[in-house]
Design a protein around this ligand. Sequence first.
Ligand code: 0O2
Length: 205
Amino acid sequence: MMVYKFAIDEVNTKLNILREEFQAIHDYNPIEHISSRVKSPESIFKKVQRKNCELSLASIKENIHDIAGIRITCSFISDIYKVSEMIKSQIDISVIECKDYIKNPKPNGYQSLHLIIMIPVFMSDRVEHTYVEVQIRTIAMDFWASLEHKIYYKYNKVIPERLTRELKEAALSAMELDRKMERLHEEVNVIKSTEENREQQRNLQ
Ligand code: 0O2
């Protein structure tokens, strides 16, 4: 479990560097919040059973890709793809899988961008190539997912039909909100860059 904690530490350090660099260059921060967790042994055991894989260390290491998990929340959908590209371009990170539940939401309405990455963790006597699941989503997507997660466990995974319908409606509202916020954000950016251009021209004269 220690190796997974170190893998999270490494990815967190990378994200903090990218965040600070982006802020310095573009005067803007695409990451609102980062959280992380190492999956509990109970949850790992449940996933091993659900995926029908062998209960051995080697099999768990190879088949369970979200023991180390990092969740990044962004304000805007465009930021999700910016952050994802920044992660993908790190030369010591291999992207194993990318699941885009924003372009293809799950039937229940779940939206998020999932990257399964592999990162080397340098121990004293070996290098452990470790899987980390990175979930990137907007604040609205995160709000929806955390409530859905609570409801899912409250009803022991069998959500009543009415709640399923209302959750789907709420997911559509969250989608609409994200689109509106993105449009406003773009408009503000255009105004900002026009003003910056005018300022530059004034300075040149
Ligand atoms: P927990 O308790 O959050 O850790 P795979 O991981 O590829 O073997 P899976 O589970 O189909 O199989 O992968 P997927 O779809 O990428 O989901 C991985 C994680 O995304 C889940 O982990 C959840 O954290 C989150 N997630 C996926 N679908 C939903 C959803 O419908 N609602 C919510 N709230 N979260 C979702 P775990 O291990 O299932 O759960």
